[in-house]
Ligand binder design. Structure first.
Ligand SMILES: C[S@@+](CC[C@H](N)C(=O)[O-])C[C@H]1O[C@@H](n2cnc3c(N)ncnc32)[C@H](O)[C@@H]1O
Ligand code: SF4
Length: 327
């Protein structure tokens, strides 16, 4: 009893401290990741929320990469299957509850492929928990789409706000060259099937595309316009040392890299697509702070001097709670 009481109070203390540090780290975005992954922690200033000049910041958005395992082999992937660890579901829920107490409003589940573990039931249970029990305003998923079934939508669709499916090309051969595919299954057929399920089960549909050497000259305007996603996020292929480049990496993504000018040309070609949201390498580097799954080092670094303190606190906070943070 005494132990439980102490733990509870240390939790509350750390939650308060975490919140306080967030207030100091005004405007910083934090991405933590994988094994267990509480991954991107975006902050939103009170000014943004209320239009005032107050500079208070609360953590608002978390990317939780709970698995690194995947059924695809995209050659540029920056979140590779370096471990097979997945937190037990009760631990994952406990971490999510703590984040909610620290101010989280939005959660996004990613990976690896989030539908792979326990055939999507682990993911479904977390989605249900975040919407029904934590009552988060926004619960979303980023997936390659391949393992999604209608049955999943029937069971968990009510609890999901947004589903983003990754698609880098509307040419099936290009998808194959990239590695976005499994066997002879068509990635594009699946994309359309999931799009239809999102419509039927009233889940907002988004698309993510990574622009790289193999699709940089493509014009996707017609297909994206026809699919009409609520948002089309367009990433410039990013290199992360140790993940998709360098020693001990599981991918060698250098051959996928495009220049800033090539990325800009792609954006210019698609300027008529109003839902397009670009994420250049620069934007990603400035926005995220990423820890590896053992919270042992930075992959990117935030420019804010207090970030180190923030991450140290997060590390302590989650290790104390048996939750491993990583990217
Ligand atoms: C790591 S994946 C995990 C979720 C899921 N497996 C998928 O592919 O959508 C999350 C997002 O990161 C994108 N991504 C992966 N490698 C990238 C890279 N090197 N540069 C930019 N984005 C990348 C993917 O396309 C996807 O939209
Ligand atoms: S980007 Fe490709 S390889 Fe990486 S996790 Fe997503 S589907 Fe898997």
């Amino acid at each position: 009893m005494l132990m439980q009481f102490c733990f509870k109070n240390v939790h509350s203390f750390l939650a308060a401290l975490l919140r306080w540090i967030y207030m100091l780290v005004s405007g910083t975005q934090v991405q933590q990741t994988p094994v267990g992954h509480i991954s991107r922690l975006k902050t939103r200033t009170k000014e943004q929320k209320e239009g005032s000049s107050t500079q208070l910041t609360t953590p608002s958005s978390v990317n939780y990469h709970f698995t690194r395992q995947c059924n695809y082999k995209c050659g540029f992937c920056f979140h590779t299957a370096k471990t097979s660890f997945v937190l037990p579901i009760e631990e994952a829920k406990r971490g999510l509850r703590l984040l909610k107490e620290a101010g989280m409003e939005k959660v996004n589940f990613s990976g690896g492929e989030p539908f792979l573990h326990e055939r999507g039931n682990f993911l479904g249970e977390l989605v249900r928990y975040c919407k029904q029990e934590l009552q988060l305003p926004s619960v979303s998923i980023v997936s390659n789409g391949s393992l999604i079934t209608e049955n999943w939508f029937q069971k968990y669709g009510d609890y999901l706000d947004i589903l983003a499916v990754s698609c880098d090309s509307f040419n099936e051969d290009t998808n194959k060259v990239i590695g976005r595919g499994q066997g002879r299954k068509s990635h594009l057929d699946k994309l359309h099937q999931v799009h239809n399920w999102c419509r039927d089960y009233k889940v907002a549909f988004k698309i993510n595309s990574v622009i790289n050497t193999f699709n940089v000259d493509e014009d996707m305007t017609e297909q994206i316009t026809a699919l009409n996603p609520v948002r089309w996020k367009v990433f410039q292929c990013l290199i992360i040392e140790g993940e998709n480049a360098g020693e001990n990496s599981l991918r060698e993504a250098e051959k996928f890299v495009i220049s800033d000018q090539q990325f800009q040309d792609f954006l210019d070609r698609h300027q008529s697509v109003k839902c397009l949201v670009p994420e250049s390498n620069q934007k990603m580097r400035d926005s995220y702070l990423i820890l590896d799954e053992y919270v042992s080092g930075f992959i990117f670094s935030s420019q804010h001097p207090l970030s180190f303190l923030l991450i140290t606190m997060l590390k302590f906070f989650f290790i104390f709670n048996n939750v491993v943070i990583s990217v």
